[in-house]
Design a protein around this ligand. Sequence first.
Ligand code: TTP
Ligand code: MG
Length: 405
Amino acid sequence: MIRCVFHIDLDAFFVSVEQLLAPELCGKPVVVGGRPDRRGVVASASYEARAFGIRAGMPLAQAYRLCPQAVFIEGSFPRYRDASDKFMTILADFSPYLEPVGLDEAYLDVTGCGFYGLPRQLAVKIKERVRKELGLVASVGIASCKVVAKIASDLGKPDGLVEVALGEEKDFLAPLPIARLPGVGKKTEVVLKAMGITTIGQLAALSPELVRSHFGAAGLAMHRYANAIDERKVEPPGEAKSISRETTLSQDTLDRGFLQAVVRYFCERIGAELRSQGRQARCVGLKLRYADFETVTRRLSLKEATDTDEIIFNAAFKLLERALAGNRKPVRLIGVGVSNLVCFGKQLHLLDLMPQRLEYLNKAVDRIRKKYGFTSIQTGRTLCLGEIFASRDGDCILEIPSLSR
Ligand code: TTP
Ligand code: MG
């Protein structure tokens, strides 16, 4: 059977969610990422803001220079996650072969879903439901493989619906600039341009040996994509292999108390997530990025798998102390993660009552947080984050896992 793959991506996702809450922002240049006098980058820009040259990943100050009249919004991750969940639920109604990629984008394999009509009609239905039920606009690309579907959905934005007929994939890709091809980053683009290659068609025409000699094995995949050869399946996600939280701080800091508080906060978030999934972790990791962008990661294996905040924190605390020992460089980004996850296996603490007590404590705190919100109860060590807690509508900016992808 001929494969039919959809790539579906919401237009200006974060901005569009904000516009639902404040319709007066529709049709205006809007930037989500933060206030322009704060550091940070543009996460999402409305198409009106893009007309001024503003792009995702650009420093906010630069975006402000390009368009001072734009509305700058900090944004709220929980709102985006909520919209994303609803978006994926709609898509799952159309095929079980759904592969979410980030919050606002997914592949859907609709091979054999002929009862909905032609693929184009199916795509129209998806777009209609997303618009009617969520108030958001989705762009869809339809093709016989993932890479072509992805490029097609991108090309039609905003409010796109681009279908690439079977057998026309190579002709469709050929005139497009190489930067459109997934896997062609800035560095690869520079090298290809130096070789005189500016379009996907020119890249496709190179011999695989030549591409390999310049770009190694990764280059061969890129070359196959350029030739519209992509056998990757649409794969529904398995269980996550790790859980992590990280944030770029609003200011570089050497304040140990503050860093410990952030680590503690992340450990509580991670512990709660583990418990809600009925899983435990055997390994705790810490990530620090210093002001000069040097990044260090450290890991510690635990004697026993755990889902207890205190045990996760003790390990992360040790890693933090080791990383900061003798360090003079301020910290820019901090993150905690757990890995080597196992399904919950009950431990009998016959001789040692402490872990059992902590378990009860965690469960009691979980219940309170479930009822009144995560920030309704704070442990002593995170008290200095109070202002950050209070400045959010019930949630905390630190919860944003990462705005860079
Ligand atoms: P994208 O789909 O790349 O961007 P977009 O939805 O804002 O715009 P469009 O699809 O119409 O081109 O990313 C989806 C969301 O992910 C985006 O709204 C914000 C977030 N994001 C970041 O946080 N950092 C980034 O660098 C990028 C590219 C996106
Ligand atoms: Mg998008």
